[in-house]
Write a protein that binds this ligand. Structure first.
Ligand code: GLN
Length: 230
């Protein structure tokens, strides 16, 4: 399973969010602490974030391990944003290995990361998917159904493929939506914003674990967590 993270709040540098935390995504790329499937996340990584110059997010993705990306490490300290979504990848067997299969996927203002796997036969074949990777097809399906409907879409995909793992993380720059369906997720409320992540990136006592099959919504007014079970 991959690992992902989102930040919503006051501008922070991409390095502080993605590289510098003791158990952050760089550490998780070779030694995740809570990963139940897969030992490391060496099959690529990506980050997307919002800048003043344009409404669509910018992305930087790679098929290489995050821990070895010295060029990105030199640039990340001067990139900053109030909304950031990043992921490190452990590819599901049979999926493409190039950077187009690395999250975050994007559509207009939205960014999306999927932590899990899903049988591609239950997803509509979409010509606008960024890759034939299951996560890219799932992203295209969620974008087409409407990101605000992500809870309904995940329920529908899960009923078509009961063996699927479907943790997803989305942002449009002003809110973060996260679904737990088969894997871990935690969040931490700081004085200047909220981090949502597959696993805590430090040992701060403020981390809150999200139960399975829940929807997390983060806006400037706070965090809500609701059950997806009817
Ligand atoms: N299935 C996706 C891929 O192959 C995500 C894998 C994961 O969560 N480890 O990239």
């Amino acid at each position: 399973m991959c690992r992902h993270l989102a930040w919503l709040g006051a501008p922070r540098t991409v390095s502080s969010l993605v590289l510098d935390q003791p158990f952050g995504l760089r550490h998780q790329s070779y030694a995740p602490r809570r990963q139940q499937r897969g030992l490391m996340n060496a099959d690529g990584w990506g980050v997307g974030f919002y800048v003043d110059a344009q409404s669509a997010p910018v992305r930087w993705r790679s098929a290489r391990p995050l821990w070895g990306d010295a060029s990105f490490a030199s640039v990340a300290p001067v990139l900053s944003s109030g909304a950031v979504l990043a992921a490190v990848r452990s590819a599901t067997p049979g999926m493409p290995m190039d950077e187009s299969a690395a999250a975050p996927f994007s559509d207009g203002r939205w960014l999306l990361s999927h932590n899990g796997r899903v049988d591609r036969r239950v997803l509509p074949a979409r010509h606008d998917a960024e890759s034939v990777c299951d996560s890219a097809l799932l992203a295209a399906h969620i974008f087409a159904e409407g990101p605000e409907q992500v809870a309904d879409t995940i329920r529908e995909v899960a009923s078509a493929d009961p063996g699927a793992y479907l943790n997803v993380l989305l942002t449009d720059g002003s809110r973060v939506l996260a679904v737990t369906w088969g894997d871990a997720l935690s969040y931490r409320v700081d004085t200047d914003g909220v981090v949502v992540a597959s696993e805590p990136d430090d040992d701060d006592v403020r981390w809150v674990d999200v139960p399975d099959r829940h929807l997390v919504e983060v806006t400037s007014s706070g965090v809500t967590v609701t059950s997806l079970e009817r």
